[in-house]
Design a protein around this ligand. Structure first.
Ligand SMILES: *[C@@H]1O[C@H](CO)[C@@H](O)[C@H](O)[C@H]1NC(C)=O
Ligand SMILES: *[C@@H]1O[C@H](CO)[C@@H](O)[C@H](O)[C@H]1NC(C)=O
Length: 396
């Protein structure tokens, strides 16, 4: 066989194989689907370029799940042509990734990478609460997960509550159950049943009096206390209702001062955890476009900022923070009101932000493709000028 024929043959074979991993779904799926099947579905629009970028990832996920013998099927659906299905999943933007398991639907909102999506699929498709049967299994789990919520004790109303919280929030974090004697000796418990949170090499015991209802507590505490934060994580952290204290770092190699400020934040926050963990999450961030948009000016790197994601507010230190004392004064000021909140999401701020973004966009256009931008802008202006000229010309 000549090479061209072989090539075409392999291409056709490959296309058939990959399409076998991912099923194209339409509205009829709503009636043909059997309840016992779990699906992960990508909703796309034909014109959406982000959706196209996701195609290879989606095929990898399809083939990976198939080769693992996973019970989860992989589908995709043109949401513009299949309104019924898109409506059922309340799809509002593209691409949307949703998991359908029994009667429950789960929204995926993390990074759109193969590993992150596979991790989500495994977590959601299995039992939402996994049991830890031995100390070894416990230790294996804790070495793999930064954050774990663990129910300890016999059947109880608290367990029922824990199960239903897990069913809803398993999209975000990991839930387990364990018998008392499975846990390491240094985990001391005053009473059972209880819910424990393991994170940042320590643990916390949930109590309703101190922590409020279980669901909001899990939602509030499901992030690491100190971490590298990207815009996905920052956006998600908004749901916790806590403030996020950040050190903003330059995108590429960090200068000495950046390393120093990062260490300073890590040190202060780990030593003063009892003071700050109620109010803040901490972390460092590189590539600060989101923060620039929020503050509406360029940011100095490295520097500190605290953001309130519930209202798009932010706090800046009065003096540049260089020392431990200054950092603590700044954080204390944010908590007790000594440092004023700026920004926010009122109408004036929103208009200002719109103008800022339009300006940033135009500047970018003019620096990247100056000639084209000039024509694009001058064309409507010329028409407007001609229009005014014709309208305002004195009639004879
Ligand atoms: C998924 O998230 C989007 C955006 O937050 C929301 O509009 C939609 O209703 C959610 N869908 C489901 C099934 O929860
Ligand atoms: C953050 O914003 C929310 C919503 O507007 C507000 O209730 C809360 O008090 C703010 N937190 C701080 C510390 O300003």
């Amino acid at each position: 066989m000549d090479t061209r024929r072989t090539l075409i043959f392999s291409a056709v074979l490959l296309a058939t194989l990959t399409s076998a991993f991912v099923e194209e779904l339409d509205d009829s799926f709503l009636t043909t689907r059997t309840v016992d099947d779990s699906w992960i579905i990508k909703f796309y629009a034909p014109w959406c370029s982000l959706c196209k970028q996701l195609d290879p990832v989606w095929h990898q996920i399809g083939s990976e799940l198939k080769s693992l013998g996973s019970p989860v099927k992989v589908g995709k659906c043109d949401a513009t042509a299949n309104i019924g299905l898109a409506k059922e999943f309340r799809v509002k933007g593209y691409p949307a990734i949703l998991m359908w398991k029994k009667h429950l639907k789960y929204n995926y909102s993390g990074p759109r990478t193969r590993d992150a999506i596979l991790d989500f699929t495994h977590r959601v498709s299995g039992p939402v609460v996994r049991s830890l049967n031995s100390l070894q299994i416990f230790q294996h789990a804790i070495s793999r997960h930064d954050i774990m919520f663990v129910y300890v004790g016999a059947t109880s109303p608290l367990k029922g509550n824990f199960m239903s919280v897990a069913e809803e929030l398993v999209v975000h974090t990991h839930f387990f159950s364990a018998a008392r004697d499975v846990l390491p000796k240094d985990v001391s418990l005053s009473s059972l049943p209880t819910v424990l949170l393991f994170k940042d090499t320590t643990f916390h015991t949930y109590t309703e009096e101190n922590d409020g209802d279980l669901r909001s507590w899990v939602n509030r505490e499901r992030f690491p206390y100190f971490s590298k934060i990207d815009s996905f994580a920052l956006y998600a952290m908004g749901e916790s209702g806590k403030l996020v204290a950040l050190v903003l770092l330059e995108e590429r190699s960090l200068c000495e001062e950046s390393e120093r400020l990062k260490d300073l934040l890590r040190k202060v926050t780990s030593e003063q955890r009892h003071m700050y963990s109620r109010h803040f999450y901490f972390g460092f961030m590189t590539g600060n476009d989101y923060i620039k948009g929020l503050i509406m000016s360029d940011v100095i790197e490295p520097s500190f900022v605290v953001v309130n994601l519930s209202n798009d507010g932010y706090f800046l230190p009065h003096v540049p923070v260089k020392t431990e004392r200054q950092l603590r004064d700044f954080l204390d000021g944010v908590v007790d009101g000594g440092v004023q909140c700026q920004g926010g999401n009122n109408v004036v701020q929103r208009i200002k932000r719109l103008i800022y973004e339009a300006k940033a966009m135009l500047t970018l256009l003019f620096t990247q493709v100056p000639l084209l931008s000039f024509f694009l802008l001058s064309f409507p202006l010329a028409i407007a000028a001609a229009f005014f000229y014709l309208c305002c010309k004195p009639h004879k």
